[in-house]
Design a protein around this ligand. Structure first.
Ligand code: SF4
Length: 605
């Protein structure tokens, strides 16, 4: 700390940072790793220990079940609800039982015993640490970590009443502090980016020594702080995670996936259903050079080859430079990233640079639905993204949002029709629409046919009435056309389920080539098409037919094709392409055509 030009050496300040269940157990928490690295760089007098008690819980209940639970918001939160609010225990367990099938768990999974095991593991972890040695204990509260974090904070306060606790993270909203203070003795809340407010809080606590005086909200001062310099962030510090992993899994250590952050915020930031960035609307990104340095540093330090970008969507220009450099390295480093459909033209480069898996923001296969969701892409763009991922063997994860408020029969029927064409590609997951707090749909409900909104009914099984009154929560319940939407989208849900089952069954067999491929014979090509019934069809296209099909490798307009084949009439090309559309070898939308078959040699490379 600098005061009046003089450097002052401060006594060490002991800080604990905690990521509670249900953080995914095969990876460290980047929130903790980034905070530790930043604070150590800015203020070496802060001594930080990051804690990962989710590893203790994963060991107790098994990593496979743990990961399934972690993916389900309601099930995961329900397992700590009864311990916090005994009057709700039975309701919470009933909710957990209803959710277990959706989470992929069988009836052998009994929430009452798992809940006891989860509580036992966290209690043992809390009791194993002397919390009096810390001057501040911080919880990073993101997806599905609210109740487990409250469970920990409450017990720490019971055992160490003078402990000072701060909550931050994406699930901590500005108006929560009073309730968190009341429920678990939480002293401070940080909402939004954590680095600078946490540093400021520690400096204040250190300087004033008034560590027992609860403040209203440390985040209030964050708005006045200068923007965090993107270059000031060192690589996340994951050393404590690896120490905790060795302790929790001494005999069977797994090789973790390491989270990395290229950008913060969303460069699109317009989707009408999204509330991912409600606390902070800004955007910043690192340079490709910095990202490369981080990957190299973390790979060597921890001997891991799998990385997951935490970005909402990778920055466009910088990620091209990054993957080009990774391609030149010819290493075997693998990446997962969330991408927007606009990245499709970069998929080939990304794949060569190590991107093996991507969550692509598909969300809808109806033009008017995409417009209402403000996705900024077309149905053709979505289908092309799915085709390119299949061709390049990028494992595509994509959602199809069902029951979007105000959806019409026409939109549902258009979705069903397009699903027939994307059948050869990796199935999407049906994701029921939820109303996100402060999302554009929530802020302008009447535009989307929502009559009113309030507490989501499932929260009533997790939190008592007084908490529900006080605490803003990320997911809302609403009234509108919900029952109609549920009925309307049933055929889509069933179709997606059949699609998923077909691919799952097929992936277990020796057949590994994609369902729709072609082989080029120079002046003819043969298309191999495996249909939903399992029947295999072959189509031979020769001469101009072959050339037109190859010209449709990317979405292309009829007049553009015609320019390449002036000897053919527009009507003849149109007729030919329509015939291929009827066989589902070509997809047509917005006056553009796309050949759906992927080159067999490209797919097998
Ligand atoms: S859904 Fe994704 S792309 Fe759309 S605004 Fe949210 S973060 Fe951005």
């Amino acid at each position: 700390m600098i005061d009046g030009g003089k450097k002052i050496t401060l006594p060490p300040f002991q800080l604990a940072l905690v990521a509670a269940p249900w953080h995914l157990c095969n990876r460290p928490a980047i929130q903790l790793g980034s905070l530790k690295a930043y604070l150590q760089q800015e203020a070496p007098w802060i001594k930080i220990r990051n804690h990962h008690p989710y590893l203790d819980v994963a060991r107790e209940i098994g990593t496979a079940d743990y990961q399934r639970i972690a993916a389900d918001m309601w099930l995961s939160e329900a397992l700590y609800a009864g311990a916090l609010f005994p009057e709700l225990e039975q309701k919470a367990l009933r909710l957990a039982r209803r959710q277990r099938k959706k989470a992929g768990l069988t009836n052998r999974f009994e929430p009452s015993s798992v809940s006891v095991a989860c509580q036992r593991a966290l209690t043992a972890w809390i009791d194993s640490i002397d919390w009096s040695g810390y001057e501040l204990i911080g919880f990073s509260v993101c997806f599905h970590q609210l109740l487990a974090s409250l469970f920990c904070a409450r017990r720490i306060k019971q055992l160490y009443p003078s402990a000072v606790i701060v909550f931050g993270g994406s699930s901590v909203l500005p108006d929560m502090e009073q309730c968190l203070s009341h429920q678990a003795g939480v002293d401070f809340c940080i909402s939004g980016e954590g680095e600078l407010p946490l540093l400021r809080l520690i400096e204040e606590l250190s300087a004033t020594k008034e560590r027992r005086t609860p403040k209203k909200n440390a985040a209030k001062s964050a708005g006045q702080l200068r923007q965090l310099d993107k270059l000031a962030l060192p690589p996340p510090d994951y050393d404590d995670f690896f120490a905790d992993m060795r302790r929790s899994f001494p005999s069977a250590p797994f090789i973790p996936v390491l989270p990395i952050e290229f950008s913060r915020g969303c460069w699109w930031n317009k989707c009408s259903f999204c509330n991912l960035n409600l606390q902070w609307q800004g955007y910043r990104q690192k340079s490709a050079k910095q990202m490369l340095y981080e990957v190299t540093f973390l790979r060597h330090r921890h001997q891991c080859l799998d990385f997951t970008f935490t970005d909402n969507s990778l920055p466009r220009a910088a990620s091209r430079i990054f993957f080009e450099k990774m391609r030149q390295e010819k290493g075997e480093t693998h990446f997962f990233a969330e991408l927007r459909v606009e990245h499709t033209t970069d998929f080939a480069l990304f794949r060569k640079g190590g991107l093996t898996e991507a969550q692509v923001g598909i969300e809808a296969l109806s033009a008017s639905l995409l417009a209402r969701m403000r996705k900024g892409v077309s149905v053709m763009d979505n289908v092309f993204a799915m085709k390119k991922a299949a061709e390049l063997e990028i494992i595509l994860q994509g959602n199809l949002i069902t029951e979007f408020p105000g959806s019409t029969e026409q939109e549902r029927d258009e979705t069903l029709r397009v699903l027939d064409f994307v059948f050869p590609y990796t199935p999407l997951a049906a994701a029921t629409f939820f109303l996100g707090h402060d999302s554009p749909v929530c802020n302008f409900p009447s535009r989307f046919g929502i009559a009113s909104f309030g507490v989501h009914p499932k929260y009533r099984a997790l939190l008592p009435q007084d908490v529900l009154r006080e605490m803003p929560l990320l997911v809302k319940g609403y009234r509108g056309d919900r029952s109609r939407q549920r009925r309307l989208w049933q055929p889509v849900v069933r179709k997606i389920e059949r699609w998923r089952r077909y691919h799952e069954k097929r992936n277990c067999s020796a057949k590994t080539i994609p369902l729709l491929t072609f082989r080029d014979g120079g002046d003819f090509l043969i298309i191999r098409q495996e249909t939903e019934s399992g029947r295999v069809l072959h189509h031979r296209l020769a001469g101009a037919s072959r050339a037109i099909y190859l010209a449709c490798a990317h979405p292309v307009r009829l007049d553009e094709i015609n320019r390449c084949f002036p000897e053919l009439t527009l009507e003849a090309i149109h007729r030919f392409l329509n015939e291929l559309c009827s066989k589902r070898l070509v997809f047509a939308a917005e006056d553009r055509y796309l050949g759906l078959a992927v080159s067999q040699s490209a797919a097998q490379r």
